[in-house]
Ligand binder design. Sequence first.
Ligand code: RNT
Ligand code: ZN
Length: 421
Amino acid sequence: MANKEIIAKAYEIAKEQYATLGVDTDAVLKKINEIKISLHCWQTDDVSGSENPDGPLSGGIQATGNYPGKARNVTEVMADLEKVMSMLPGKQRVNVHALYGDFSKGKVDRDRISVKQFQGWIDWCKKQDIGMDFNGSFFSHPKAGSGFTLSSKNEEIRKFWVEHLKRSREIAAEVGKQLGSPCILNTWIPDGSKDTPVDRNGMRSLLTKSLDEGMAQKFPKEHMKDAVESKVFGIGAESMTVGSHDYYLGYAIKNNKLICLDNGHFHPTEVVGDKISSCLQFVDEVLLHVTRPVRWDSDHVVTLNEEVQLIASEIVRNDFINRVNIGLDFFDASINRIGAYVIGTRATQKAFMIAMLEPTSTLVRFEENNQNFERLALLEELKTKPFGAVWDYYCLQEGVPIGEDYITEIQSYENEVLSRR
Ligand code: RNT
Ligand code: ZN
């Protein structure tokens, strides 16, 4: 167990070291609480959901592994998320997929869902005193079996998914209204083609038609905001994705929507950190899906790496905190799932804290004076400043496990709760 006195002492030393760079660590400890991360509910159960938990996951995404103890119903999903939040400093939000409704009073299809199936989530969020985001689920469903949903040339199928989009937006608006915090409704569809398609334009025209129809109803932005999420490829849709980045960025700009940037959805050397200041020239807000792409998989548990660091640094440097909504998107079925959340969320929070501990104005001055050696040197030196001491002290202040102490806590939860499932 971490020694609290040592943590406090280490913080005092770190504080002095950062002060010599012109950085006020006490101010950082306050500001870091402005970062609210939306916890995706789907890491609890490998994107199974409550609608058809034993059905196959489809739509070009895959959760690999069979670590025991996954949540088997919404009650367990909530219990696991409560456990996760008890080990995280600061306040989070929760991000719910339409797959995770309460269908105990009868199953309704995706074109029939309403707030009724999600009132339990809203009430739970009220109890946790957190905001909630929402997603329509355009996969793991027989009507998505052909690989096309909103861009389907089958009119019955296309209409079905348009109705799902409409209903998802209505639910989101009600969520935001009841919770007094805007609900971000993200739309991602798996539509794409395994092999080289011929009528790319036809599919994209249909997608535009469907989005226009599905999003025709206006809601106050205090209640809900639409985001659209692009992707470069999916498993079984390697040759073309209807909702590509060009497509959705254009749609978002033209229709005043949020663009959702998932950092697992781009070519490997493209970085989302570079896209934020580009997109924010033309859209009001961005939604992030923070993840860790590894080879073909876009959804490994987030770790503190350069990619995530650039995302956080760009947001903090430019004071974009109120224009960037931060969500997570990963699903690893091969390790303790609670542990996956705690690692991934803390890694994201750490990236933001490191960004806040940067003497940005000094670096910008170097840059503007063409002192690029000095800029590179300071960026390198910052990497080994005692960030960890500030982080540990933050956890101490927040009353959550310090450093690796969460390992034993998660092991106990595994022994007492997860292993009994
Ligand atoms: C898939 C997208 C999408 C999903 C979730 C489950 O590639 O990233 O965000 O992961 O909606
Ligand atoms: Zn995503």
